[in-house]
Ligand binder design. Structure first.
Ligand SMILES: Cc1cc2nc3c(=O)[nH]c(=O)nc-3n(C[C@H](O)[C@H](O)[C@H](O)COP(=O)(O)O)c2cc1C
Ligand code: SF4
Ligand code: SF4
Length: 377
């Protein structure tokens, strides 16, 4: 199947072949590393590269202490050369950077251009980097992080922010701050928090989310995708065999379900994209407090859903519980009545889930942008 049909995912104008990201490892992840894995990855975050005098000095200290780092006197030339090698690879190219000031990041973007994604390393916890004012220091100085995002966005480039969950005062507030500053992607090292933090961030912003930490099996991948991740990333476990296995299972799962990142139902701990599967708001269940938190009344929710499915195959389903497929459950929940309605509408299970994805996108537009799709009658 065509990768766009399979995942419907684009980053920086490039179709993502598979939602598997090669996460950066300083001194390790460069173009050669990515080429050796290009068949089973969709994106690479090269680096991290230290991009100004202060952070280059920090890199030298780390090398003296025995760590691997990319040492170069001309980071712009190096990043440009590495990116050039990957131009034909089909990978979305990103570069993970450590800078001591917002202007350092903007200068690289100005010089290298919009063909690559610029990832701010707000993750590194090595002491010399923190002292240089980057890495984890940015999670304690979110004004500077915000200014760094804005400085990059003024260069008209796509921006990712690599964070470590549980370091900032409140990751939900951080996610909203990054979103409003213009970031396109949040790349989250979930540490030991797992999908709980991921769901919180998913429910706080509409950005592309890359989930990271200990992704080494499809069970972990599925857990991330069903709780809000658009992509998963691997660093320590990004060996070719693991990547090939994940890519194969990911493709099979996507083809079978029709929506590779289908959320769990809300009452099973799903994120708010799962409102697409919720029933009419007529019973006491997690939907009610969720709508209250979102500032959406029950009547508005009904109008929203019915409006969003109007003139789509989900408008049918008169014999289902609530008279429309708009209110029906995930295809993984067995149901004779829904299946009969799908048969009548000539919809396969995976087409049904594609329609639910469209519905979810419309609902998320209302949640995050205030757009409404009200039923007109
Ligand atoms: C040797 C090594 C170097 C790393 N260098 C960077 C870096 O430069 N920038 C960054 O954002 N993360 C860096 N990371 C963090 C990884 O990208 C990733 O977030 C972390 O290892 C957890 O993911 P994993 O379980 O897939 O390894 C590094 C990790 C390792 C092991
Ligand atoms: S509305 Fe239905 S699917 Fe949604 S939380 Fe309630 S019981 Fe679960
Ligand atoms: S008809 Fe079946 S799928 Fe639809 S809401 Fe009822 S139980 Fe769920």
């Amino acid at each position: 199947m065509d990768p766009y049909d399979r995942y419907e995912l684009m980053v920086n104008g490039t179709v993502v072949n598979t939602p598997i990201v090669l996460a950066s490892m300083a001194g390790v992840v460069d173009a050669e590393y990515a080429l050796a894995r290009q068949d089973n990855a969709g994106m690479v975050c090269m680096g991290g590269y230290s991009i100004d005098e202060t952070t280059m000095a920090a890199s030298r200290l780390l090398v003296e202490a025995g760590r691997d780092e990319f040492l170069t006197d001309d980071p712009v030339a190096e990043i440009r050369a590495q990116a050039q090698i990957l131009v034909e690879s089909g990978l979305v190219i990103a570069v993970n950077m450590r800078g001591s000031a917002p202007e350092s990041y903007a200068a690289v973007a100005r010089a290298v251009g919009s063909g690559i994604v610029y990832e701010i390393d707000a993750h590194c916890r090595q002491e010399p980097m923190i002292a240089a004012g980057c890495g984890e220091a940015l999670l304690h100085d979110t004004e500077k992080l915000e200014e760094t995002v804005r400085a990059l966005k003024r260069e008209n480039v796509k921006v990712s922010v690599k964070i470590r969950a549980g370091v900032a005062d409140d990751d939900r507030v951080l996610a909203q701050t990054l979103w409003h500053a213009g970031a396109d992607i949040i790349h989250i090292d979930l540490m030991d928090f797992g999908h709980t933090k991921l769901r919180q961030i998913r429910n706080a912003c509409p950005l592309i989310l890359i989930a990271n930490n200990s992704v080494n099996s499809f069970t972990v991948v599925k857990d991330m995708l069903t709780h809000g991740a658009d992509m998963v990333s691997l660093a320590r476990h990004a060996d070719p065999a693991t990547l090939a296995d994940l890519n194969k299972q990911m493709a099979a799962y996507a083809d079978e379900t029709g929506w590779y990142s289908t959320p769990k139902q809300l009452c099973r701990g799903g994120d708010i994209r799962s409102l697409a599967f919720c029933c009419m708001p007529v019973k006491n269940c997690p939907l009610i407090p969720t709508l209250e938190n979102l500032g959406i009344s029950r009547n508005e929710f009904m109008s929203l859903k019915l409006g969003a499915v109007k003139n789509t195959p989900l408008a049918g389903g008169a014999n289902t519980c609530f008279g429309s497929l708009a209110w029906c459950c995930k295809s993984s929940t067995p149901c004779m009545f829904r299946n009969m309605a799908l048969k009548d509408a000539g919809l396969s299970q995976s087409d049904y889930m594609r329609c639910k994805r469209r519905l979810s996108e419309k609902l998320m537009k209302r949640v995050f942008e205030g757009d409404a799709f009200y039923a007109t009658e």
